[in-house]
Design a protein around this ligand. Structure first.
Ligand code: GLC
Length: 738
C-alpha cells in the first residue's frame, strides 16, 4: 500500500501539473489520463461511471440511501442536486482526501433556465427568436451555477415537440426543427463558453436522446413509434447541432424508440451518436432509466439491463446503481471487456480534466464568489430584457394596448395576478418566489393610475366564491388586466394534460369579467399552448407571457404600458381544440388536402384544420408591410446560392422589431415533403415609417432531406419560397433546382 501511496501522488501530481490552458496537447492529456486509469481498480473505474443524487434535492422517483459510504469507497464519480459552495466543497474534500486516488467529483444540476436568477421557460424564451438573448441567459445561468460549485448542467433540453398535452414542451424550443437547432447551438455556447476550464463556464448536457417529445398521446414517458425518416428529419438535428457546437455530454431519454428503450438502444447511442456523428463526450442516462429497462420489458433483470445499456453505449448510470452493482461482475465474467470500461472512464476523466478539476478540485466551490455572483443587478436587468422579448402579442383589438400611463384605474384580476412562485415555471433551479416580481407588483411599480386587485378564482379548483367580488372590482376600473393560465406544476416532467383549456373555473371568471363591458387585456401565464378560442373571441387584447421568471412582473408591465413593443413570435402552434393535436405548420399535403367545398378532403366535421394561432405568429404595436419577394434567379444549380430579397416597411407609429421568417416548399420529392419548412429567420428593428430590405441566401443544403433511399441531399425540381411574419401570412415566389 505504501508503494501505491508513493506512486499515486506522483501520478496525480503529473495530471494536475498540466493545467488545461498550459497543455493543449491532446496526446499528453491522454497519456496522463491513461496513467491514472492504469492504477485504478475495477471498482474505482466503475465509480467514475456512477452518478447519484445528493440528499438536498430529488428530481426523480427515489433517492439511493448511503451514497456517502459509496463516495468514501471511491464508488461515486459524480453527484447531482448538491449545490452551494460550502456543501460541494465538503463533498469534494471527501472525494479528494478520503478516497484512495482522490479523483475529484463532478457536480451536476438541472440549470435549465437559470439557477437563482430565473429566465423565461425555454419555450417562452424561444418565442423571442433572439439567439443572442438565448445565449446570454445560458451564459448568466452558467455564471451563477459555477459560482455555487456546479460543473455540469443537464441542459439544454432540445426535444422537438408538436404535442401541447406533453408537460415538457415547456422545456424545449417548440415544434420546429430548424428553430430548435439554432436555439440548441445558442444555449450550448452560453453554458460552455469558450473554455470549460474557466471558473464561470459549465459542461452542458444535451437531452433527451432521442425523440422524447414524440411520446404517444402527449403522455410523458410513453412509447415513441416514429419512422427512422421522421427521427432523422424532425428530432435529431438539434442534437447534432449541439454536438457540432461542442456539447460535452448527452443524456438518454426515458422512452423507447423502435421497440428499444433509448438507454439500451445501440442504434441511437453507438451507430448514430458515435459511428455517424463521432461524438466524443460521454453519455449519461436519465434518472434510473437503466433500472427502468426491466419495467420496459427489454431486460429480465439487473444484470441484463446493465449489460444492455453499457453495450448500447451508455457511459454513466444516473441513480439506478446498476453499474455499481453489476458492471464489475460483467467484466469478471468476461461479458464486458475492461478496455471498454476504460474507454468510458476515459471520456468522463477527460471532461473532469477539461473543467480544470484535477488542477483545482475546489475551483468552483468558492463561497465568496457565490455571494457576489448570485442575482447581480445586471443579471436581473438581463432577465427583464429577455423576458420582455419573449412576450407574444396574440390579439390587440382597437389598439387596446399599450395602456396609457394616464389610465386612471386598473383592475388586476385573476389567479395568477399576484402569483410569484408560479411565474418561475418548472425546472426553475434554486429560483425563489420571494425574488420574483408578480404581475400586480410590476403594474404597481410602473406608476400608472390607481391599481386595484382581485383574485377572481383559484387556478385549478371549482370554487366560484371569489368571482362576484372580482366583478365588482372590475366594474370600478377603466381597464381590466386578467391574469389567467396554469400553475407551474401543471407543466414540466410528469405533467401531461389531456385537456389543454384554462384549468378550474377560469373561463367562468373570464366570462363574468367580459360581461362588465370593460376593456379586458388577458395576460396568459402557461407552460404549454392552451386552447383558448373563447378568450380569443371576447378579449380585447391577449398577451402570451409563458412563465417569464424572476423579472416577470416588470417585463409584462413594460409591454403593457408600451415601454417595450412586443416582438415575440410563437415557437409552437396553438390549437383551437386538443382534438386537432398534433397540429403543426409543417404538415404534409395528403392526397386530399382540405377543401371546404369538398366533403371528401382531410378535415373535421366540428372544427377547422388550422390552429387558433399558427407557428411563428405574433403581433406588434406597430404594423409591418411585406413587399413582394425578388429572387436573384429562378433557376439554381446545385452549387449555386439563390438570394431572396424582401422589403419590410414599418407603417405604424412605433419603432418595432420584426422576426422575418423564410420558408420553402419542395413541390415534388422522392418522398412527400411538408407544405412549408422554416429554413431561416432574421429579427430586425425597423423604425416607424422606415423600410428595410432583407436578404436571405438559399443553397442546396437548405433544400436537403432524407430521400427515399435514406440518403441525405436535395433533389432537382420546383420549389416555392415564402417570406413573412408568421408561417401563415407570407409573400411567395418560386424557383427550380436543376
Ligand atoms: C429527470 C429528468 C431529466 C433531469 C434528471 C435529473 O427525471 O428527466 O431531464 O435532468 O432527471 O434531475
Amino acid at each position: 500500500m505504501k508503494i501505491l501511496y508513493t506512486f499515486i501522488p506522483c501520478v496525480l501530481f503529473v495530471l494536475c501539473s498540466c493545467t488545461p490552458e498550459r497543455n493543449k496537447d491532446r496526446s499528453s492529456v491522454d497519456a496522463r489520463i491513461d496513467s491514472l486509469i492504469s492504477i485504478m481498480t475495477l471498482d474505482e473505474k466503475v465509480g467514475q461511471l456512477t452518478l447519484y443524487t445528493s440528499d438536498l434535492d430529488v428530481t426523480g422517483a427515489h433517492i439511493r440511501k448511503g451514497y456517502l459510504d459509496d463516495l468514501k469507497a471511491g464508488k461515486v464519480g459524480a453527484i447531482f442536486n448538491a449545490i452551494g459552495a460550502d456543501y460541494t466543497r465538503k463533498l469534494q474534500q471527501i472525494s479528494v482526501d478520503e478516497t484512495r486516488l482522490g479523483i475529484p467529483l463532478l457536480f451536476g444540476y438541472d440549470v435549465v433556465h437559470g439557477y437563482k436568477t430565473i429566465f423565461p421557460i425555454p419555450l417562452g424564451e424561444t418565442a423571442s427568436w433572439d439567439l443572442t438573448a438565448m445565449e446570454l441567459s445560458a451564459r448568466i445561468s452558467a455564471e451563477e451555477a459555477s459560482s455555487v460549485g456546479l460543473h455540469w448542467t443537464f441542459a439544454p433540453m432540445v426535444d422537438v415537440s408538436r404535442d401541447p398535452r406533453w408537460g415538457r414542451i415547456m422545456e424545449g424550443a417548440g415544434e420546429d426543427t430548424y428553430l430548435g437547432t439554432q436555439a440548441a447551438i445558442a444555449r450550448v455556447k452560453g453554458f460552455q463558453g469558450d473554455d470549460l476550464a474557466a471558473s464561470n463556464t459549465v459542461l452542458a448536457c444535451v437531452k433527451h436522446f432521442a425523440a422524447y417529445g414524440a411520446a404517444q398521446a402527449g403522455r410523458d414517458y410513453n412509447t415513441v413509434d416514429i419512422s427512422e425518416r421522421s427521427l432523422r428529419e424532425d428530432y435529431l438535428p438539434p442534437f447534432k447541432a449541439a454536438i457540432d457546437a461542442g456539447v460535452g455530454s448527452i443524456m438518454t431519454s426515458f422512452n423507447e424508440y423502435d421497440g428499444v428503450p433509448a438507454t439500451g438502444n445501440r442504434f441511437l447511442l453507438t451507430d448514430i451518436l458515435q459511428k455517424e456523428w463521432g461524438f466524443t463526450g460521454f453519455v449519461v442516462t436519465d434518472y434510473t432509466s437503466i433500472m427502468e429497462m426491466v419495467q420496459h420489458g427489454i431486460a429480465a433483470d439487473t444484470l441484463s439491463a446493465t449489460r444492455l445499456s453499457f453495450d448500447a453505449g451508455v457511459d454513466m448510470d444516473m441513480q439506478s446503481g446498476f453499474f455499481e452493482d453489476k458492471l464489475g461482475i460483467l467484466v469478471k465474467e468476461k461479458v464486458v471487456s475492461e478496455e471498454s470500461i476504460n474507454n468510458a472512464v476515459r471520456k468522463v476523466l477527460k471532461k473532469k480534466y477539461a473543467l480544470g478539476l484535477f488542477e483545482d478540485p475546489y475551483r468552483y466551490s468558492n463561497a465568496a464568489r457565490e455571494k457576489e455572483t448570485l442575482m447581480k443587478p445586471e443579471f436581473l436587468e438581463a432577465a427583464r430584457d429577455i423576458a420582455r422579448k419573449s412576450i407574444v402579442l396574440l390579439k390587440n383589438n382597437k389598439q387596446t394596448l399599450p395602456l396609457p400611463k394616464s389610465v386612471k384605474r386598473i383592475a388586476v384580476i385573476g389567479p395568477l395576478a399576484n402569483s410569484t412562485n408560479d411565474l418561475l415555471g418548472a425546472w426553475s433551479g434554486q429560483g425563489e418566489g420571494k425574488n420574483c416580481i408578480s404581475l400586480l407588483a410590476g403594474i404597481q411599480a410602473a406608476g400608472a393610475g390607481t391599481v386595484v386587485y382581485a383574485k377572481g378564482c383559484n387556478i385549478n379548483d371549482d370554487s366560484l366564491q371569489y368571482i362576484a367580488e372580482s366583478v365588482k372590482v372590475a366594474r370600478t376600473a377603466d381597464v381590466v388586466v386578467l391574469a389567467l393560465g396554469e400553475a407551474a406544476w401543471m407543466s414540466g416532467e410528469a405533467a401531461s394534460r389531456a385537456n389543454i383549456e384554462l384549468p378550474g373555473v377560469q373561463q367562468k371568471l373570464a366570462d363574468e369579467i367580459f360581461k362588465t363591458g370593460k376593456p379586458v387585456v388577458v395576460v396568459l401565464m402557461n407552460g404549454r399552448p392552451l386552447a383558448i378560442p373563447d378568450l380569443d373571441k371576447k378579449a380585447d387584447a391577449i398577451l402570451e407571457t409563458w412563465f417569464l421568471g424572476t423579472q416577470a412582473g416588470h417585463a409584462i408591465a413594460d409591454v403593457l404600458f408600451g415601454d417595450y413593443n412586443p416582438s415575440g413570435k410563437l415557437p409552437v402552434s396553438f390549437p383551437i381544440s386538443v382534438g386537432q393535436v398534433p397540429v403543426y405548420y409543417n404538415q404534409k399535403s395528403t392526397g386530399r388536402p382540405f377543401d371546404a367545398t369538398n366533403k371528401y378532403t382531410s378535415k373535421y366535421l366540428d372544427v377547422g384544420n388550422e390552429p387558433l394561432y399558427p407557428f411563428g405568429y405574433g403581433l406588434s404595436y406597430t404594423q409591418f408591410d411585406y413587399g413582394e419577394i425578388t429572387l436573384s434567379k429562378h433557376e439554381m444549380a446545385t452549387g449555386d446560392t439563390l438570394t431572396v430579397r424582401c422589403v419590410i416597411s414599418n407603417v405604424g407609429q412605433m419603432d418595432g422589431k420584426e422576426v422575418v421568417q423564410l420558408y420553402v416548399r419542395d413541390l415534388v420529392g422522392s418522398v412527400t415533403r411538408p407544405v412549408k419548412e422554416l429554413i431561416g429567420f432574421q429579427k430586425i428593428m425597423i423604425k416607424a415609417g422606415e423600410s428595410k430590405e432583407l436578404t436571405f441566401e438559399i443553397t442546396a443544403g437548405d433544400l436537403s432531406f432524407y430521400r427515399l433511399d435514406m440518403t441525405y441531399g436535395a433533389e432537382p425540381g420546383n420549389f416555392q419560397v415564402f417570406v413573412g411574419g408568421n408561417s401563415r401570412d407570407t409573400k411567395a415566389s418560386a424557383f427550380s433546382l436543376k
